[in-house]
Structure formats: structure tokens, C-alpha cells
Design a protein around this ligand. Sequence first.
Ligand code: AGP
Length: 609
Amino acid sequence: MCGIVGYIGDKVAAKLIMDGLKRLEYRGYDSSGIAVIENGRLETIRAVGKIKNLESLISDEQYSGTSGIGHIRWATHGKPSEENAHPHTDCSGKIVVVHNGIIENYKQLKHDLVAEGHKFKSETDTEVIVHLIEKYYRKDLVAAVRQATSLLKGAYALAVLSINNPDTVIGARMDAPLVAGIGENEYFLASDIPALLSYTKKFVYLEDGDIIELKKSGYKIYAADGSNAERKTHIIAWDSLMAEKSGYKHFMLKEIFEQQRTIEDTFRGRIDYDDISEFFNELSIDPETVRDIGRISIIACGTSYYAGLIGKFWFETLAGIHAEAEIGSEFRYRDFIIDDRTLLIAISQSGETADTIAPLREGKKRGARTLAICNVMGSTITRDAAGTLYTRCGPEIGVASTKAFTGQITSLFLLAVYFGIVRGKLTKENAAGLIDSLIQIPKDISMILNRENEIISIAKKFFKKTNFLFLGRGLNYPIAMEGALKLKEISYIHAEGYPAGEMKHGPIALIDENLPVVCIATKDKVYEKVLSNIEEVKAREGIVIAIATDGDERIKEKADYVFYVPNTDALLSPLLNIVPLQLFAYHIGVLRGCDVDQPRNLAKSVTVE
Ligand code: AGP
């Protein structure tokens, strides 16, 4: 997730764009850059790292130009570096582009453009866009942008500036947010409202396929077919802090709701099971190596460890590979068995967790092949591992991990499916069915999020409780563990996750009329077993809150409260079942007046032992 800003009017563009980028820093901080038209020249300034590094290159009086574009980056293709920082320019240096999104077919486009003589300077997917605009540019910038974007597959929100059209700033969007700010003889573009709230309260939300042409005298919007489009003007009354959270009360809630997009961003461009070489190239691992894997050891901590537990199931079921999930702080001090046929997978949102880094390095030293699943490009773990499968969730600000978790399990699912195909455990037909179910998941999550009020009403009944038990079986045992962790880390209520089948080996002694028991009881091969566990709880006066599959009437006879999720392939149920538990923990935390985004005693990245 990156942030873009554009401006044309009578104010100093550089200053206004920098101010806007600073207000979008929650969208990314790997690098940043601006381009302004200054005395008939196109000036581009870029810097790696946080926006203050760019700010140190721009003194107030240096630039007086009144049109420009800017970008703050969260790297998805190409490491954080100056040459990969936006804006990107064409061969002539007369056109610049900033982009938020993922261009799925950029490799092919780049290949064709290089063959036509275009010179590339970066590793990014974005750079193909500015060379395509250059290729089709014949004085009409809107037409060139339309032709260029018609060739793009994937998601983009763009701002375009050209020295040949100094009175114009162009915006375009497909599957990535872009708003236009409406001022008095001045017009703005931004990925998100916070960037512009100091300058205007009037916004136009562009729609997929729209191209907007901004001039000091006014703006025009063209729909995908080139026709003029009218879009509603909205007056936004948020203050800037509210706006950084897009109107949500907390970053955690915003990030729970972002999952319908971040899961799609994570699998976007990686689901061509007919041609999986592209997928493996990204991982710096070849199919021959995958066929030679003897076992997989997954190392992680906290929420990432629970993602690893789910990955273990999938590697066994879909790829026929023995897999173990290991808690980093334990694994690092064990005499663990590693050989050159072991694949070590380190999972980490931050890429900086000390308890995960240490065993990864030790395992690598002992000859294991290594892979990382991580959300932060260029972080330590991604540099230590031989290859990285990046989750594409954008910065996760809330300390309690939500969207990164579902990004991790989406990545693990893709890995297990492709390992299964390469090892002959999965036919392409099986893979197609699983991928089709995965593609449906964002819509299913959207349906769950629309039922948020049902979770709130259950949370209101239980927020004063002092203990919870979470039960699940098979793939949903790790979800029970993660649901318990979410609750305890943001509401400070003691909560334990347990394999449902283990209850009779001890925890059943806890059950009484005061203990709420959350049971994950969606339809799968152990559904009947979970129903029996629910009956055991009810027989001891326990209170049961069940997560169940749409249409399941039997569960109503057994559970005190039921929250329904859409029906999906049982293998993918963890991606859905965790969402109500995230919302449940969040709303209980809020009802208890806890600091939900920054819970006591916790840090977003545990970089020490
Ligand atoms: C999750 O909500 C917690 N913040 C914590 O358990 C976290 O998952 C753990 O510290 C691992 O962090 P990482 O994914 O950045 O390695």
C-alpha cells in the first residue's frame, strides 16, 4: 500500500505535496519522492526511508512551481532504494508517474518495451506505466494515459505529470483508491483523504477505469470508454487523525476491514496455476528443489506461529510434505534436526522478531534451505532468507496483528498448492478448485464484516467476563489459539485456546455457568466431533458461543450464541473463521476501555529476546 498526492493551482506544489505525503506516512515509509514543474523544467527529488529524508532535500524557497505529484512507498516489487523510489520518468525525462497498486503483467510489458528500445532504471512494476505513456504520447496526455492503462492487468492508482502539458495533472484508478480534492481554482489528487483535509473538505471519489484531468480552470473525468463521467462531490467533516484511520475509531478495526482487499492483493498475480514458474521465480526456489524437500520446519512467534500451524496442515494435506510449526524462542535452543533437504520457513509480519531471526540463521548455517513470509520488504528476515514471499498488506499499525495474519495464511496456502502441483500430489484440476475458492474469500469476508453488529451484541454480553476458553479442531485449532491471543492481548481478559479434543484431558474442569466457551464449529470432517464437545460443555452449564456455517440449523439447538460465516471449502475455513474472532476481541477491548491499538506491555515488533 503506497500513498500518492497530486496538485495543480496557485500554491507552491512542493510544500503542499510534502505536507500531504506526511499525512499518508501510515501507508508506507520505505521511500518517497516528488516531481514539480519548475521554470519550464521537470524537477524530480527522491529519497530512501522515511519522509523526513526527502524533506531534508527540499528547502522551502527552493521550489515555487504550482503543479506536481508525490509518492510515499510501501515496497512490493523492488527493494527500498532511490532507483526504485517514485516518481518514475520515461526515457525522455518529460513524463513522470507515481503509482499505488500492483501491475500483474509488468514483466511481459517490460520485456516488450525493452525490445522496442525503452531504457529501464528500476526493478519496479510501476516503471512500465510511464514508458507505455511515453510510447503512446502524441500531445494528448489523457489519450496516452488511456491507451497505456488499457494494457495494464492488476491494480493502479496513478498521478501523471508531463513538461509537455505543464497546465495539467492526470489521475487514473483501477482497483486502488484515488480521490480528487476540489478547491477554489486548485485541484488535488490523493490515495486517501488525510492528505488533503487541511486544504479542502470537498472530494470526488474516482471509480474503476476513470481518468481525471486536472487544470487550474477545472477538472474533467472520463470513464473507461472515454465518455465524460459525472461523479458525486462529497463533503467530508473528519479531522485529520480520524481520516488517517479512514473514519474508523482504531487502526485495528480499519485493518480488520482492509482484509477483504489485502488478501486479494496478496494472491493477486500469483494464481496462474497453469504457469507457476513466475511464482517460484519470486521465491528464488526452483520446482526441482521443491520435489527434493524432505521436511518443512516453520519458525515463528505469536500470531505468526499460529499461521504456521495452519501452514503445517496444508503442507501435509496438499503437498504430502511432513511439516512442523515451531515456536521461535523454543526452537532456537533445541538441538533441532536439520539437513540439506529441510526447508525452513520463517513467518514474520515485521521481519525483525529476534526469536525468529536467530533460529533462521542457525538453520541456514546448518545447511537448510530457507524461505521467508513477511510483510516488510527489506527487513532483516527477508535479507537472511534465500527467498521471500511477501504479504501485501501495507503497514500494519495496530499492535494486534490481523490483516498480516490472513496475508500470511493466504501466502502459505499458495505455497502448499504450488508445492502440491510440483510434487504431483495435486492435479491442476484440484488446484483450480482450491484457487477458485480462494478467489471467493474476499467477498465472503465482506459478508462477515457486514454482520459486525451481531458480534457487537454478543461482545456486550461478555465484556465483563474474566476468563474465556476457545476450542477448535484440525485447521481451526490454530484459529482457536489466535482468537484467544487476540482477546487476551487487547482486552487483558485471560483466554486460553485449546484443541477441542483435549478438553476432556483437563480443561473441562474449568467449565461452569460463568465460563464462556467459544467453539469453532464450521462444517468440515470433524464437525460432529466439535458438536460433541459443545454438548460436553453444555452438560456442565458452560456458555457456548459458536462460529458456524451459514444454514447450519443443528448448531442452534446446542449453542447459546451462534455467529455464522459463509460456506467455503473446509480447507480455507481459517481465513473466514478468524474474522469474527478479531471483531469479538476488538469490541470487547473497546467496551473495556482498553488502548486497542497500543495494548499495555506490548510492542509491534519484538526485536529483543
Ligand atoms: C500478534 O497480535 C502479536 N502482536 C504478536 O504475537 C506477534 O504476532 C509476534 O510478536 C510476532 O511478530 P512478527 O510477526 O512481526 O514476527
